[in-house]
Design a protein around this ligand. Structure first.
Ligand SMILES: NC(=O)c1ccc[n+]([C@@H]2O[C@H](COP(=O)([O-])OP(=O)(O)OC[C@H]3O[C@@H](n4cnc5c(N)ncnc54)[C@H](O)[C@@H]3O)[C@@H](O)[C@H]2O)c1
Length: 275
């Protein structure tokens, strides 16, 4: 890794590496899987949507990449144990985990249901915690893969700024941001060779991004979708981003180019948090 890190033509390559991406059926997860595969990694895609995630894996294979998929609910501990074991047995190792699966639901605090609040924490926070637990067990010295690694957690701009109607989601992504730093320090101090970082996208027009815009209208915060879109355009000084803008940052963190980066947060928001 030492030589490759000094060679920009090789530093971002992932040849021979195995990457696990949760929530990879669609949206950012699907793009991240495609990007890591294009950089040479074997990618193991998981999602609760079994057919859709296999379709995404098949498209990566069609394009010449190495990909497999599994149905996996990130809130279920036994499923994490089995899914990580399956990735290791399928591709012979585990070097990268992208904790990407996540959900958002908009409600004013006074109207939000406790059930929905807990469900968002369960998927976004517990799901990420369990991913850390089983990936670190596999990646650390003596683990089933045992070759160190890089873990990237999908947090959000919502971990840094408050947004009306998003208190449950903001709380969950703030937790992911803090947990990332705790995990990074723990992994470094225990000498595991594992790096843990978070990425913080602004609004990207995936299914979740569109749902967010609709939520602003549903809560009566803006009169219509066109106004919501215009407000999002103003929020991001460089304009709206695309899934590739997130996937490229994940590739950097996954690669040897980031070998000295751990506990860091990369904000990908076209300048939104800087204003
Ligand atoms: N799109 C954005 O604007 C945006 C911004 C910041 C952060 N993020 C984060 O990026 C990640 C991906 O978001 P996206 O925009 O691609 O969303 P998306 O809704 O398009 O995709 C999320 C995926 O997660 C899967 N999923 C949901 N619950 C699951 C569970 N219990 N177990 C396994 N998989 C599950 C879904 O089936 C879906 O395929 C999320 O963590 C999200 O919070 C998104």
């Amino acid at each position: 890794m030492g030589i490759a890190a000094n060679d920009p033509t090789r530093a971002f390559r992932l040849d021979g590496k195995v990457a696990f991406i949760s929530g990879a059926a669609q949206g950012l997860g699907a793009q991240i899987a495609q990007t890591l595969a294009a950089a040479g990694a074997s990618v193991f895609l998981s999602d609760v949507q079994a057919e859709a995630v296999e379709k995404t894996a098949a498209a990566i294979r069609q394009a010449g990449g190495k990909a497999a998929s599994i149905r996996h609910d990130v809130t279920v501990e036994a499923e994490w144990d089995a899914a990580i074991a399956k990735a290791v047995s399928t591709f012979g190792g585990l070097d990268i985990l992208v904790n990407n699966a996540g959900v958002e639901d908009m409600a004013l605090i006074t109207e939000a249901s406790l059930e929905t609040f807990k469900r968002i924490q369960d998927i976004n926070v517990t799901g990420t915690f369990l991913g850390l637990k089983y990936a670190i067990r596999a990646m650390r010295p003596g683990g089933a893969a045992g070759n160190s690694g890089s873990i990237i957690n999908l947090s959000s701009l919502a971990a840094m700024i408050g947004v009306t109607g998003l208190s449950a989601y903001c709380a969950s992504k703030g937790a992911v941001r803090s947990m990332t730093k705790a995990a990074a320090i723990e992994c470094a101090q225990l000498g595991t060779g594992i790096r843990v970082n978070s990425v913080h996208p602004g609004v990207i027009k995936t299914a979740m991004g569109n749902h967010l815009l609709e939520g602003f209208v549903r809560l009566g915060l803006v009169p219509d979708l066109a106004t919501a879109e215009a407000a999002m355009g103003q929020l991001h000084p460089l304009g709206m981003g695309e899934p590739a803008d997130v996937a490229n940052a994940v590739l950097y963190l996954a690669s040897g180019a980031a070998r000295w980066t751990t506990g860091a947060e990369i904000v990908l928001d076209g300048g939104a948090a800087a204003q």
